[in-house]
Ligand binder design. Sequence first.
Ligand SMILES: [Mn+2]
Length: 328
Amino acid sequence: MPIDWTPLRKLVAECDSFALTSHTRADCDAVGSELGLLYALESLGKRVRIINADAPPEHIRFIDVEGRVEVLGEGVTVEDVHQADAHIVCDTSAWGQLGAMADVIRSSPAQRLVIDHHQSGDDLGATVLKDDTAEATGRLIVEAMDALKVPISPKAAMPLFAAIATDTGWFRFPSVTPITYRTIARLMEAGANPTELFQQLYDRNTAARVRLHGRIMESIALELDGRVAFGQATDEDFQATGAAQADTEDVVNRLLSVEGVEVAVLLANMEPGLIKASLRSRTIVDVRPVAEKFGGGGHAKAAGVRYRGTIAEAKAALLAAIVEQFHD
Ligand SMILES: [Mn+2]
């Protein structure tokens, strides 16, 4: 369903200052959407700050050229957030994903708006502008800019390109449509450089990261006649390689590359007793209910959950839930 942007136009007409936020452990779609929206609103003369609960992971910080992403508690107070006339939450609609910003927004008298493309979410007490068929929130921000009649500035073009490119696995996920490519063409015309961006994103691996990937690949286990693949990153794997938890990003898609595999799951030991499970599907098998069963969420083809227990327990529980989806 295309979004009717009237509520955004109304909010922008009514408000002078905005605090933008997104989910913790931000990805390029989160930060890129925030930056695109910040530059769009600033070009309309608004006072805008991006305030997140935590800093973006190191490897994506380059998309924030001017260092506009601020972190709650690091020179930014609750009062600073509450001073804004309006809060806009990008790329999530779940309280649980907002970290410490959840309570700050909950207790704020300001108007609230959500711009998102995730199916799951909570009632944030906000006006919700959502298109769960959209490939990236970044593309929705470009739509919002069109609705606000704001041209795409060179400063906004690169982070928005990064948002769409990364959320589509560099334009190859089924969520990609001709609109994706038209939007991307406009972002390139506005100054985004795909070659540079790709190199910055993917050709800056550390040896530790590549070693961790090696261990995860080594761990691959096939279940259900080869239709489900599990990979794991144990505490020992992190310690032996010196890699960080963020270094597991995207590895689950490699597990999905095995012929015949329909669902892939990467289990990463975040801390003792806490397993982060990333689920991917490349068929009609829906992994969102699997994640939701254990308190997580996401999309039909990409979902995630934090599971309390051991890797073995997480694997057994998730496999049982995945099998149910194969039968539905
Ligand atoms: Mn997204």
